[in-house]
Design a protein. Structure first.
Length: 87
């Protein structure tokens, strides 16, 4: 584990939910949305999500086709980011 990853906050489902609730991504994301509910991020929303992720958590993710397939729910996004954030 690197010093950077030790000081970086863990990306939780609540953190993903907060990022997704940005008006530039989902202007009306229900607060009680189930973590397994289907989501459909458009390309601009995805770019903004990744930008905010990097600014707030220092996590850089390069989008790819495989990556896009993982971003279908809060739970899947959180799991994907936990794998990416592992040293």
């Amino acid at each position: 584990m690197t010093a950077e990853s030790e000081t970086r906050p863990r990306i939780t489902a609540d953190a993903v939910r907060e990022l997704l609730s940005d008006p530039k991504i989902f202007s009306d994301l229900p607060a009680d949305l189930d973590d397994d509910a289907d989501l459909a991020l458009d390309s601009l929303g995805l770019v903004w999500f990744l930008h905010q992720l990097e600014l707030r958590y220092g996590v850089e993710v390069e989008p790819s086709e495989a990556f896009l397939a993982e971003f279908t729910s809060i739970r899947r996004i959180t799991a994907y980011l936990a794998d990416v954030d592992e040293p």
